[in-house]
Design a binder for this molecule. Structure first.
Ligand code: TYD
Ligand code: MG
Length: 453
């Protein structure tokens, strides 16, 4: 009998060890190193055309013929934007996200929307379960969407040869296994091997492949990190269980920017594309409440209006508390220090809570001025006019600094019916005839004076 070759892999990060160890040296997790059989056979399942192809030659850059990537429009605007204009033929996309966030729903919806022949392979749900989901989605059905429940890649490829799909969806990569190695499905070596087969298939047939990937407890895609290097696009589907919004982000994109963002709302009949996110991010209130300010932020190329809520109250316990949701706590500390030192507000003995509504996280420094305004509004217990919005960064000297793409932000605010836009006086504003009142300030005190005059 042939000797079985085995190696040890950390199931958390994929590091390989020649012998068993109790703690992974790379990720410091205990008891995650497991023995896997890696006995390799020569046989690779996707046709061995690679060996028979002519050897490639190096070419001078100016000799290389440029064939622009062909894209398939998925008819799902948010996804198309995040991908940079549609699915590139022959590309491999990995979609990660927590269980129950809506990965299968999103991809089934796309499979039913796109005007192409789609093969949706599921290793997680039965055909009737998927049918039930499809009924629920109630979309104009793509009759060319075929559902296969299979986990063996050789069987999948056999079906592919008969069907010749134009788009392949795999739900999920962790359930697949190939005959060429013995390890169990979901193990590091199976994930690496099956994805290598699928990537080879995608490249050789120019068929786009979308893989669903589970994530581990740190929120990274489970399986070898190398998987993220092997694929062309890595998308993350995230959201808060308590909110119905879902955000699709790209972490890596070989064919476009990673700054773009897609927003969906999970409804009882599937995911709705949210083309005007400000509508859901700003809560509608009748009364003017203190501690609320609207910030104009940019996610990728898309301007978004978000609502910042602050609560400043006297600390009940000895040490004042500072806590944030959706905003960097260190940045809040910095802003409080600036307010204390440069503008003379005594907040040292106050609890400060800051919240970005809608469950989203914002890193854009342009929301600083809105954060300051919300804090001061809560501190003075004076409401800010709800028709005012802000876009400026705060410097350590208490100066109000310019932000990028100011014209775009102003246009968006104007479109959404805001009356006053507060920005830095150092910002170069090119467009002149705005229908919105611009208030340009240089220091926190000036902003304070105009706000609560
Ligand atoms: P699912 O796509 O199965 O998540 P994942 O594949 O990421 O694990 O999403 C399941 C959740 O979405 C489930 O809790 C029910 C909810 N859902 C809706 O709210 N509306 C719908 O139309 C569908 C199909 C699911
Ligand atoms: Mg699923």
């Amino acid at each position: 009998m042939a000797k079985v070759k085995t190696t040890f892999f950390c199931q958390n990060c994929g590091t390989q060890y020649p012998k068993w160890v109790g703690q992974c040296k790379a990720c410091n997790e205990w008891n995650t190193v497991i023995e896997e059989i890696v006995e390799k056979q020569e046989k690779r399942s996707w046709k061995q055309t690679a060996n028979t192809k002519q050897a490639t030659k190096p070419l001078r850059v100016d000799e290389i013929l440029l064939n622009p990537e062909e894209r398939i429009i998925t008819n799902n605007k948010e996804l198309d934007t995040v991908l940079g204009g549609g699915l590139v033929k022959g590309s491999v996309t990995l979609l990660g996200g927590e269980p129950g966030i809506g990965k299968s729903t999103l991809l089934l919806q796309i499979a039913l929307q796109v005007n192409q022949k789609v093969l949706y392979v599921s290793g997680e749900e039965s055909q009737s379960q998927i049918k039930m989901r499809a009924e629920r989605l109630n979309k104009k059905q793509n009759t060319d969407c075929l559902i296969l429940t299979e986990t063996n890649t050789q069987q999948i490829f056999k079906n592919i040869e008969n069907i010749t799909p134009e788009v392949l969806v795999i739900d999920s990569i962790q359930t697949l296994y190939t005959n060429s190695i013995e390890a169990s499905p979901g193990s590091i070596s199976q994930i690496r091997e099956t994805s290598a087969e699928l990537i080879k298939f995608a490249k050789e047939t120019a068929t786009p492949v979308i893989l669903i990937g589970h994530i581990n407890k740190e929120g990274h895609i489970a399986g070898p990190k190398i998987l993220e290097h092997m694929v062309d696009v890595v998308l993350q589907f995230e959201g808060d269980r308590n909110h119905s919004y879902r955000i699709l982000r790209s972490q890596k994109n070989r064919f476009g920017s990673t700054a773009e963002l897609g927003i969906y709302e999970m409804l009882s009949n599937g995911l709705r594309e949210v083309s005007n996110p400000s509508e859901i991010l700003i809560s509608k209130k009748d009364a003017n409440l203190s501690g609320i300010a609207i910030a104009s932020t940019l996610e990728g190329t898309r301007p978004l209006m978000i609502e910042i809520q602050a609560l400043v109250s006297s600390a009940v316990y000895g040490t004042p508390q500072r806590s944030t949701t959706g905003y960097n706590l260190k940045r809040l500390h910095m802003i409080l220090a600036v307010l204390e030192k440069r503008a003379g507000f005594k907040l040292g003995a106050k609890d400060v809570f800051l919240n970005i509504t809608g469950g989203i996280h914002v890193d854009d420094p342009a929301i600083d001025l809105a954060v300051v305004s919300a804090i001061l509004s809560s501190n003075q217990d004076l409401a800010i006019n709800p028709n005012v919005c802000f876009a400026a960064e705060i410097g350590l000297a208490g100066e109000i600094r310019p932000v990028s793409k100011i014209d775009q932000r102003i246009n968006e605010a104007e479109k959404l019916g805001y009356k006053t836009f507060v920005a830095s006086k150092y910002n170069k504003i090119t467009a002149k005839n705005h229908n919105i009142k611009l208030v340009l300030v240089g220091k926190i005190d000036e902003a304070f004076a105009t706000l609560f005059a």
